[in-house]
Design a protein around this ligand. Structure first.
Ligand code: ARG
Length: 458
């Protein structure tokens, strides 16, 4: 078989150059979109009389046969199949004869590849949205299952104030809700048809581009053919969405790694989602979570690497753009497994309320005592200072804040009443935070409802 572009060449391509140039090793994943694009293109060529009805029917039937061969894994790639576009056309021509050679009329691989890739990314967005929704639901169910279970809340990874498991779980739900909004934005940006731009200057045949866009499920058409064949903003947006989603998954993973350690012991990972050590028989390792944390690095790398590829390119197509596919496939494949793995891990997570309770020490309630004084008209700064003194007294005696008597507190300030100790409970601390978004039971119930609505899982 000769090359698509072999006409003006007399010499052979160097074998390493052949390999260097070829993208079939990875763009074979675009076969379905490539064929879909070609079927629509053949339809348009028939509409404007460049193919007879018989020719277009033969081409479309041939293309469907090629699609079948790919789907059934019996498509034989030949050494001269440089990329998916040449492979499909080569096979089509074998099947339908020289008529197959009419399909490429008025189009270029430049607008073809941009079209195929956009179709692929739109599908990928739909699939990731499903996976993300499922992880959201796992977090919602976990939140609902232990909505008001108290545990220490942290800032700077130091004990801060009591929160609940529901509050914590939902704190990882909302970033994913924003990721889904970004995903929808990527899909919108991607839904712009480049086909009809041909190599760079626009096709010379009167193709009805809006109709073609409609046929292929695009929302609209590109405005400038030079821009259209080199525009990879949608790729960058996809990779940026993936990188940030990866960061969110990594933070969730990191926190669960901490929570499953002997030091915290707030959760236990199911056997199905952890692994052992080959030398230390007692170990149960959170490899699954560590991989999620680690893979966020490659998701960030895919974005920065491809931005660097783009930065020096003049308008219109350059072969550098062939570098767009592998980072996207890698990002997609990474998330396509990380998301369901994380959902399964959350669903099988065992909570250990007794370990959480053991960490709910008095220090977490110091703010309550300060707020108590505020209710009695003391300026917060002064209240903060007085409670600080109480903490110091308790520390010096080696006891907790709740072990101080009313007399102890009154020795620090007469503003402490006999009832001061009554605010020093976890449930009072939780109940006080009743603002929308707060950790109080009623506020959390409302947040859970809003989250379920957002995820479409009511
Ligand atoms: N394999 C190429 C790519 O992925 C297809 C477009 C090639 N166009 C060209 N004129 N060489 O970008």
């Amino acid at each position: 078989m000769s090359k698509l572009w072999g006409g003006r060449f007399t010499g052979q391509t160097d074998s390493l150059v052949q390999r260097y140039n070829a993208s079939i090793g990875f763009d074979i994943r675009l076969y379905d979109e490539d064929i879909t694009g070609s079927v629509a293109w053949a339809g348009e060529l028939a509409e404007i009389g460049l193919l007879t009805e018989v020719e277009s029917a033969a081409i479309i039937e041939g293309l469907e046969q090629v699609r079948q061969e790919f789907a059934e894994d019996r498509f034989a790639v030949l050494p001269d199949d440089e990329d998916i576009h040449s492979a499909v056309e080569r096979r089509l021509t074998e099947l339908v004869g020289p008529t197959g050679g009419k399909l490429h009329t008025g189009r270029s691989r430049n607008d073809q590849v941009a079209t195929d890739f956009r179709l692929w990314i739109m599908r990928a967005c739909d699939r990731l949205d499903d996976q993300l929704t499922d992880l959201q639901i796992a977090l919602l169910d976990s939140a609902e299952g232990a909505l008001n279970l108290p545990l220490p809340g942290y800032t700077h990874l130091q004990h801060a104030q009591p929160i609940t498991w529901g509050h914590w779980s939902l704190s990882h739900f909302w970033p994913l809700a924003r990721d889904r909004e970004r995903l929808a934005g990527v899909r919108r940006a991607t839904s712009e048809l480049p086909l009809g731009s041909a190599a760079l200057a626009g096709t010379a045949f009167p193709i009805d581009r809006p109709r073609l866009a409609h046929r292929l499920g695009f929302a609209g058409i590109s405005a400038n053919s030079l821009d259209a064949v080199s525009n990879r903003d949608f790729v960058v947006e996809f990779l940026a969405m993936a990188a940030l989603l990866g960061v969110h998954l990594s933070r969730l993973a990191e926190q669960l790694i901490l929570f499953s350690s002997a030091e915290f012991g707030f959760v236990r990972l199911a056997d199905a989602y952890s692994t052992g050590s080959s030398i230390m028989p007692q170990k149960k390792n959170p490899d699954t979570l560590e991989l999620t944390r680690g893979k966020s690095g490659r998701l960030i790398g895919n974005l920065t690497g491809f931005l660097a590829t783009l930065k020096g390119l003049p308008s219109s197509y350059d072969k550098d753009l062939q570098e767009d596919k592998e980072p996207v496939f890698d990002a997609f494949d990474t998330l396509d497994i990380a998301l369901p793995v994380m959902a399964g891990l959350i669903r099988t997570l065992e909570l250990r309320p007794e370990r959480m309770a053991a960490q709910l020490e008095d220090g977490l309630l110091a703010t309550e005592l300060a707020d108590y004084l505020v209710h009695r008209g003391i300026p917060f700064r002064e209240a903060h200072h007085l409670v600080g003194q109480a903490v110091r007294v308790a520390e010096a005696r080696g006891v907790g804040l709740t072990d101080l008597t009313a007399a102890d507190l009154q020795a620090i300030s007469p503003h402490f009443g006999e009832d001061a100790a009554s605010v020093l409970t976890v449930s009072a601390a939780l109940a006080a935070r009743a603002v929308p978004g707060g950790t109080a039971p009623a506020a959390l119930a409302a947040q859970l409802t809003a989250a379920r609505q957002k995820a479409g899982s009511t």
